[in-house]
Design a protein around this ligand. Sequence first.
Ligand code: PXP
Length: 245
Amino acid sequence: MIKLGVNVDHVATLRQARGERYPDPVAWALEAERAGADSITVHLREDRRHIQEHDVIALLERTQTRVNLEMAATPTMVAFALAHLPSDCCLVPEKREELTTEGGLDVTHLQDRLRDIIQALTQGGIRVSLFIDPWAPQVEAAKNCGARVVELHTGRYAQTRGEERRHQELTALIEAAHLAHNLGLQVHAGHGLTHHNVVPVAAIDPMGELNIGHAIVARAVFTGVSEAVASMKRLMHSARRHANQ
Ligand code: PXP
């Protein structure tokens, strides 16, 4: 069944906004696991705007599921990952001035560098995914440089207005997912997914996991963590059940 990775970055955003000790993203992650999260995702950004190194270390000590560390493909981050060994690493592009991760990795132009990094992380026992736009050349390049997983960027699908254009973005996701699957890659997706737009993406057959953060944390402000996580999981599972009927 399709899995839900819950990204807890924005719990840390709230903490960092006041430089306080609360809310604790680790405590929040444990609650998310109790409500059905299959893994916990965090992005340790270079500017440390939300998640801090001590959060990652505490998550690795205390969570029961998997920890997916999103990170830039830099020597410093590779050294951090190999020192702490999360189960998964998702390599993402990172710009200091962006509000959030804006586009996928340009794997087609970074193959040699990424191949070495993927090999080093894989030798450490870490499953590596590459966050890419849903475009065939990027999927093929990800396969060529040894990734086991691609995470398809759903940001354009999520932000596009108008039924026809959104359908085009969904088609791009469907085609990229099938290509990746046929190449033997595991298929994940994420970015900008909400309780309102998740169903068509969850229904894509080879989709193994969705990583969702902002919308779940935002909903939890009203409903609490459990309901925000559990309702997302219910939507994903029922999308898949209907797609299989
Ligand atoms: N996947 C990746 C690779 C991301 O960079 C992010 C944002 O940190 C997400 C998923 C989650 O995006 P959102 O917070 O919009 O759900």
